[in-house]
Design a protein around this ligand. Structure first.
Ligand SMILES: NC(=O)c1ccc[n+]([C@@H]2O[C@H](COP(=O)([O-])OP(=O)(O)OC[C@H]3O[C@@H](n4cnc5c(N)ncnc54)[C@H](O)[C@@H]3O)[C@@H](O)[C@H]2O)c1
Length: 327
């Protein structure tokens, strides 16, 4: 595949930055567009940073006209499920309204190849495990609904005028660049692995298990943790699929293996050699008991396979968090 310029929207954030690292390693040129609301300027190391907001159509057009990207990868969104329950309108405005601005600008600029960060949260409560892409989609929180709406918009645009998209439904992104340059950095941090690591480091009082009475093998929630560099690899493959003339597709990205919270805490203890103090709390609104991917389509369509284990995930995350001075 020849070198291409890719506009990475939300590329100063956790997954987007890892994706830029991977794209650059393949000889592509990632151009980051981000308003830095939740991203980090220091994460933009593999191409130029263009600061701007999803809602700023003229700024988007200016950046697209300057860099002439062959495709767009769209990571920019509000992501915290709890916040989406407290403030749904911000989520619909940013995740749905902002994406409408982005795809409108892209269409004006003649860009018709688009990779979108969707999520297993669009499925809601599993009817079957593992979940394939044709599993029914009944999201149980505004965050998941905002992502499902964008999926539907993209399908409409493909039918209308051949706007090509690959919708990637990630399960739980985790881990960090093995070179230690970037890692997971959300503020506030609510994701299980960084929270457990910070508890092991003594940077927080402990880890609270939200619900121990789920109908799962040990009563705690089961998640499919996928290494962020495996995710990045899949994005590059999705872009290359579109650049090669491939049609629109929807693809799960997970390992196919579930890890319960108790099992995860054991891995964190083993990798870190430290204790993780645990408290038990009530179930959290909007949480699904179990989310595990059927990832066969990603293998068939993109030739993609996750290469890193849960131990690799926690080891790389531990290294990243250890190298940071602040919690
Ligand atoms: N982290 C996960 O486990 C996970 C799972 C499934 C899906 N996703 C999706 O992946 C994407 C990336 O997640 P992440 O964990 O890297 O999040 P993140 O918050 O680290 O990154 C999102 C980036 O988008 C930027 N952004 C947000 N709103 C913007 C706007 N209006 N204009 C310009 N930039 C804006 C932020 O500044 C940030 O840099 C999101 O769309 C998220 O919904 C994440």
């Amino acid at each position: 595949m020849h070198m291409a310029t890719i506009l990475v929207v939300g590329g100063a954030g956790y997954i987007g930055a890892h994706c830029c690292l991977d794209l650059a390693g393949r000889g592509h040129r990632p151009v980051v567009y981000d308003n830095l609301s939740n991203g980090h300027e220091s994460f933009v190391q593999w191409g130029p940073l263009e600061i701007g907001d999803l809602h700023d159509r003229s700024r988007l057009r200016e950046v697209m006209d300057r860099h002439r990207p062959a495709a767009i990868i769209h990571f920019a969104a509000l992501i915290e499920v709890g916040l989406s329950l407290a403030d749904p309108l911000s989520f619909y405005q940013n995740n749905v309204g902002g994406t409408i601005g982005l795809v409108s600008a892209a269409s004006e600029a003649g860009i018709d190849k688009f990779v979108f960060s969707s999520t297993c949260a669009t499925y809601g409560v599993p009817q079957a495990t593992p979940m394939a892409e044709d599993h029914r989609q009944v999201p149980i929180n505004p965050y998941g609904r905002s992502k499902l709406m964008v999926e539907q918009i993209l399908a409409d645009l493909d039918a209308l005028r051949g706007f090509r998209s690959v919708v990637l439904r990630y399960f739980n992104a985790a881990g960090a660049d093995e070179g230690g340059r970037i890692g997971e950095w959300h503020d506030p941090e609510t994701h299980a692995i960084p929270v457990a690591i910070e508890a092991a480091m003594g940077r927080r009082a402990g880890f609270t298990i939200n619900g121990s009475d789920y109908d799962t093998r040990d009563g705690t929630c089961i998640r499919d943790f996928i290494h962020v560099m495996d995710l990045a690899d899949a994005h590059a493959r999705a872009v290359e699929h579109l650049l090669a003339g491939g049609t629109s597709a929807t693809v799960n990205l997970g390992t196919g293996t579930g890890t319960s919270l108790l099992e995860l805490l054991d891995v964190v203890r083993t990798v870190s050699g430290r204790n993780v103090p645990v408290a038990r709390g009530p179930r959290r609104a909007g949480d699904s008991p179990s989310l595990v991917a059927d990832n066969r389509r990603a293998k068939a369509l993109l030739g993609w396979e996750p290469k890193r284990s849960i131990e690799d995930i926690v080891t790389s995350a531990w290294r990243w968090h250890s190298s940071r001075n602040t919690g």
